[in-house]
Ligand binder design. Structure first.
Ligand code: GAL
Length: 484
């Protein structure tokens, strides 16, 4: 038996725009994702989040699904435009009530809420009037919004996440234009990221100063990072892999833990990378009570010049001086993302060393697979294998000393997968988007058993599953058969 800590937060995650629908109900204002998905050509198949999973109207049913899946914790996001329809000003009582009721329903089932304040659906007025995340005013605007939420929900919510994946907003929202607000630039990603860090710092300061003592909770950020493994053992490739991690996770986590951007970023970007004032720096450093990590996949890294490929989650590789590669032997998910559980263990160890043993919560991990309902059931053996492998890697990291506190499987439901629309299914529960019927997949039952047992069976026996790629750690370092 591979047991996890007894108070481990076994959870699943969603976000508001991806599941709620009801885009014009309850006094909600429009968000940048409403505008973006309504723009022809931006989302596959012309899909929008107008209805999504209709969670707004089915919230009780969905909380019941969580309880049936045995979840101990649930991570969801608040749609800022439900609370403040134009991003500033007095809170909308209907919006407050919706989330307050959700929190009460979770607590009544013994499910701990983990609340993300902002998961990409910025109130549209902040984009049109202020310039969105490019505006230095966003720190105070975000802190005001955060205060409303701490005030309304902090008596019952003890786990806060300020921002989800600022890297994605910066790169896909302001760099390659794949996500809202759809801007294309090589400089704006660094400016937008800077304002998001300042906004996080301002909100965390409000929490720490005005709420934490009375409410007793914690606050952090959810950063995404995939593992970057050197393509060969050469010093150049090893350096490139380290640089790739610094441009990815270090971009956000170094300011949080060390008070400034990585030296490698400053060296390569010069003035394109903004500078923190002393006040910003002291607000941001030490502002995260835990390290939220979203992780999905691994790539190999080779030193040298590469060209940016938006699909690869590489960021602006021209700025990094490297190329990403994959081993063709790796299985891939329906997103085309390689399945490499050992990458998660490596990343957790990297975080542990670089940030001096922070408490870590995996705020997202999961996969898209080709799931269909057959005779009322969904056999998603692919997802079970994926999660088993990645949980195994988590267990190895815990054994190696990483202070891992929780794991949130993305996602509770099949949902609106951003620019991919409804074509990619990440859920523990299948959603028929014509009828909105939910069907638990085999993985929901499997996960319930894992949670009930508090861990995984022993490595290769019983339900332990097949050997993972970790059994031959990074054998592809030989460089044989690499394709970019
Ligand atoms: C994350 C994101 C989620 C979800 C997931 C799967 O980047 O936070 O909203 O879409 O990826 O792609």
């Amino acid at each position: 038996m591979r047991s996890f800590p007894t108070d481990f937060a076994w959870g699943s995650a969603t976000s508001a725009y991806q599941i709620e629908g009801a885009w014009q109900e309850g006094g909600k204002g429009p968000s940048v994702w409403d505008a973006f998905s309504h723009t022809p050509g931006k989302v596959a198949n012309g899909d929008t989040g107008d209805v999504a999973c209709d969670h707004y109207h089915r919230v009780r049913q969905d909380v019941a699904l969580m309880a049936e899946a045995g979840l101990k914790a649930y991570r969801f996001s608040i749609a800022w435009a439900r609370i403040q329809p134009s991003g500033t000003g007095a809170p909308n009582p209907e919006g407050l009530r919706f989330y307050s009721d959700l929190i009460d329903a979770l607590l009544a089932r013994g499910i701990t809420p983990y609340v993300t304040l902002h998961h990409w659906d910025l109130p549209l007025a902040l984009e049109t009037d202020l310039g969105g995340w490019l505006s230095p005013r966003m720190a105070e605007v975000f802190a005001d919004y955060a205060r409303i939420c701490f005030d309304a929900f902090g008596d019952r919510v003890c786990h806060w996440i300020t921002l989800n994946e600022p890297w994605v907003t910066a790169i896909n929202g302001y760099g390659n234009g794949l996500f809202a607000p759809g801007r294309v630039s090589t400089d704006e990603p660094y400016r937008a990221a800077h304002e998001m860090l300042r906004a996080h710092g301002a909100a965390a300061e409000v929490y720490h100063r005005d709420f934490q003592a009375a409410q007793g909770g914690v606050i952090g950020m959810a950063n995404n990072c995939d593992w970057r493994e050197p393509a060969t053992d050469s010093p150049a490739d090893r350096g490139a892999a380290q640089r790739a991690l610094e441009f990815y996770l270090g971009w956000f986590a170094d300011p949080l833990y060390h008070g400034d951007y990585p030296i490698s970023m400053r060296a390569r970007l010069g003035d394109r990378l903004p500078t923190f004032s002393d006040e910003d720096r002291s607000r941001i450093r030490g502002s995260a009570d835990f390290f939220g990590l979203n992780h999905y996949t691994t790539h190999l890294v080779a030193d040298g010049e590469g060209a940016s490929d938006p699909a690869s989650n590489a960021g602006i590789v021209e700025d990094q001086g490297l190329r990403l590669l994959v081993d063709p032997a790796w299985p891939v998910t329906a997103m085309g993302w390689p399945v490499v559980p050992d990458g998660l263990r490596s990343l957790l160890l990297w975080i542990d060393a670089r940030y001096d043993r922070p408490p870590v919560v995996i705020t997202e991990n999961g996969c898209a697979s080709h799931d269909a309902v057959v005779d009322g059931a969904v056999d998603d053996a692919f997802r079970i294998d994926y999660v088993r492998g990645y949980l195994g890697a988590c267990h190895e990291a815990i054994e190696a000393g990483v202070d891992l506190r929780g794991y949130f499987l993305w996602s509770l439901l099949d949902n609106f997968e951003w620019a991919s629309g409804y074509a990619k299914r990440f859920g523990l529960h299948h959603v028929d988007f014509a009828t909105l019927a939910r069907t638990p997949k085999a993985s929901a039952r499997w996960y319930r058993d894992v949670i009930a047992r508090g861990g995984l069976p022993a490595a290769l026996g019983g339900d332990g599953g097949s050997a993972r790629p970790t059994d031959v750690p990074f054998h592809w370092r030989s460089g044989v058969g690499l394709t970019s």
